[in-house]
Design a protein around this ligand. Structure first.
Ligand code: MG
Length: 356
């Protein structure tokens, strides 16, 4: 997991023309002219440097990393506030897209990043966010090969939005998709749920009490690579982000036309997250995660996949939480801790806006 706020290291050696600490983004930085060039040269190129980006052309020209099918994903990040315990919008913008590419069994290789910045935004905060992106990209083993910067007038955006797109190559023989869950498969969850949502609420000051919950935001591509080495019977991978585990499993049940039956007692939730959810009236099954995955695996391979996951940094808490059934098709049921059966439905609206 990335540290909270990596130190700003672009001044000095990395940055030929240090930006002053109280400097702010002005409309001219988005003009496409000299100021934009300076901003890019001083703030973005030093941390993200690689031959494709440094070439400075209209598009990055890249070597194909390996043969096979390409996986492509994009995501816009509007999380508020921009900094939260365990990460910031930069960590999220890299990890979110890396994870989506990895969830189809692909090795992410390249990212693009588009920044929409509000006039008046502090350069020091932007520098910290860019450093978080560099750190997350380095951990994931991806490079940022193309970028864009736009500046909008004060009041026309909320600080900073970041869009990222990612490209990867599907691992040979991996056949993974939400439509491939089959009755008899088991459902694996990589660790405790709800950390990201609660950490963002904490940062908003909306909890009304203190917790030490940190966002779980992390790149999961190395975990997935290890899982795919262990088993060729992994049918579905999905990161339960916005909408949480409940929404992700409902999507899979519908895509595959199967039922999913969960055991509430086996779903890990940290005590602090459970307590916060209880107080706020949230069900942790619907709270966002940014460093967890669900895997639907043939029953015969599930135990060894869990064992392999537990040996990795982001899969330590991996556990089997349920099974795939033929009926009721398209629905998720859960056996509660008191033994009753309840329907785990899709949310009608959004429980927590701007969580990612
Ligand atoms: Mg996803």
């Amino acid at each position: 997991m990335g540290s909270n706020h990596p130190p700003t290291t672009f001044e000095g050696a990395l940055c030929p023309l240090p930006l002053t600490h109280d400097e702010r983004i002005v409309l001219g930085h988005g003009s496409g002219g000299k100021m934009t060039q300076e901003l890019i040269a001083r703030l973005f190129l030093p941390p993200f440097s690689n031959p494709a980006l440094d070439a400075g052309n209209d598009a990055a020209v890249l070597p194909a990393v390996r043969t096979g099918q390409l996986a492509v994903s994009t995501d816009s990040h509007v999380v508020w506030p921009l900094f939260f315990p365990g990460g910031d919008i930069g960590t999220l913008a890299v990890c979110g897209t890396v994870n989506d590419v990895a969830m189809v069994g692909a090795v992410p290789a390249y990212l693009t990043a588009g920044f929409i910045i509000e006039e008046g935004f502090e350069v020091s905060r932007l520098t910290t966010i860019v450093a978080s992106m560099r750190q997350a990209a380095a951990e994931a083993g991806v490079i940022i090969v193309a970028g864009d910067t736009k500046v909008v007038q004060h009041g026309k955006a909320d600080g900073l939005y970041i869009n990222t797109a990612g490209i990867g190559t599907v691992i040979a023989d991996a056949r993974i998709g939400g439509q491939l869950a089959a009755p008899g498969d088991l459902v694996i969850l990589s660790g405790p749920i709800g950390d990201h949502g609660i950490a963002v609420l904490e940062a908003r000051g909306e909890l009304g009490f203190q917790t030490d919950v940190k966002s779980d935001v992390a790149p999961l591509n190395h975990l997935i690579a290890a899982m795919l080495k262990e088993s060729d019977q992994i049918h579905v991978l999905r990161d339960p982000t916005r909408g949480g585990v409940a929404s992700a499993l409902n999507e899979i049940a519908q895509q595959s036309g199967v039922g999913i039956r969960l055991q509430e007692a086996s779903i890990p939730v940290r005590p602090a997250v459970a307590a916060a959810c209880e107080l706020l009236g949230f069900d942790p099954l619907y709270v966002a995660n940014e460093g967890k995955l669900l895997a639907i695996v043939a029953a015969g391979d599930a135990e060894k996949v869990v064992e392999r996951m537990r040996a990795t940094r982001y899969g330590e808490g991996a556990t089997i939480i349920g099974e795939v059934t033929s009926e009721p098709a398209g629905r998720v049921l859960m056996k509660t801790a008191v033994g009753s059966m309840r329907v785990v439905d899709v949310l009608a609206g959004e429980m927590l806006p701007r969580i990612c």
